[in-house]
Design a protein around this ligand. Structure first.
Ligand SMILES: O=C(O)CCC(=O)C(=O)O
Length: 318
């Protein structure tokens, strides 16, 4: 991969910028941090870090205002409204208008929206997100430099949202090593039991098989309880879901092995979320195949370059 310095957006098609070519915020969503000392404002407290270490997730961290969510939801229509498709939609790594395929249980799922709009691009660099990720990737230890892996959209329309089956994120990411990954789930609507909030299993970030994550039990996320076919008796006994109940603009941070999932949307309002996935600088490709659509990095080589920007380095705050 060529140079790391990407400070000019390049066009994908005439007039359609590919925002992945810009490795800093545009300023559209938030004002960039100017002074070293200002990064400290975004740090989590020790008790938040302890909670994450104990449970494998941290809930209800405010990262966006309602107004910022509303602006992002306008961009969201490019993915939900067939009359408003964004030019260059094919830059996305994946786009499923209904991942499970059942027309009565719609789940829109996409990856790669950061390449399409300034707001989704800037979200990747949000200090309220990247500083905590740096802290949580090495809780109790030294903060680490953080790179962006990919983003995701999950939307469930009112009354017939599909489920997202219980899973550990790293089960889908073993093509990158070592496991030093983190997920940030941002609610763009208030989440409740009724509208298909994300749920988490406390302590499940310690569930492995010979040092590896649990195997994937459903690639389409559609069979909610399929994970139970592979759990031990002890894991079954500890399987006590906690509902995130995130408010609009709040985030949850979850460990790459934390089991999480969400039920259908029984309410009369949509449930839309945007998700950011990161890893510690130094994580390498473990495959000669594509890592994401059209993107390859030779096995054993560091994940970096256009698609995996450095989003935070603790030395920026030192
Ligand atoms: O939005 C959902 O229901 C699923 C989200 C998810 O799997 C995640 O945030 O990692």
């Amino acid at each position: 991969m060529a140079t790391e310095v990407m400070d000019v957006p390049r066009e994908y098609l005439p007039g359609v910028p590919d925002w992945s070519t810009l490795h800093k915020p545009t300023g559209e969503l938030f004002s960039p941090v100017e002074e070293k000392k200002d990064w400290a404002r975004f740090r989590l407290s020790d008790s938040q870090i302890d909670q994450f270490t104990r449970d494998g997730f941290l809930l209800n961290v405010p990262v966006l205002t309602e107004e910022e969510c509303d602006r992002i939801l306008e961009d969201y229509t490019y993915f939900l409204d067939p009359t408003k498709r964004h030019p260059g939609l094919e830059m996305m790594y994946e786009y499923h208008s209904n991942q499970g395929g059942d027309p009565d249980k719609v789940l829109m799922h996409g990856l790669g929206q950061w390449r399409l709009t300034k707001l989704f691009h800037d979200l990747v660099f949000l200090p309220k997100v990247v500083v905590p990720v740096s802290q949580l990737l090495n809780p109790g230890g030294k903060e680490v430099p953080v790179r962006f892996w990919h983003d995701q959209l999950f939307a469930k329309p009112s009354h017939h949202g599909g489920v997202v089956a219980w899973h550990q994120d790293y089960s889908y990411w073993t093509r990158t090593k070592p496991m030093m990954h983190m997920t940030v789930h941002i609610a763009l609507d208030n989440q409740s039991v009724e509208n298909g909030a994300l749920h988490y299993i406390p302590g499940s970030h310690r569930w492995t098989r010979d040092g590896k994550p649990l195997p994937v039990t459903d690639f389409n996320f559609a069979d909610m309880e399929s994970i139970h076919t592979i759990l031990t008796e002890e894991e079954e006994a500890a399987f006590k879901p906690v509902c995130g109940q995130l408010r609009k603009g709040e985030a949850s941070f979850h460990h790459a092995l934390a089991v999480h999932g969400s039920y259908g949307n029984r309410s009369d309002r949509p449930r839309r979320a945007t998700v950011l996935n990161y890893f510690a600088d130094g994580v390498c490709s473990d495959t000669e195949d594509e890592l994401l659509k059209g993107i390859k990095i030779a096995k054993g080589n560091k994940m970096e370059g256009q698609f995996f920007p450095l989003v935070y380095d603790p030395t920026w705050a030192a």
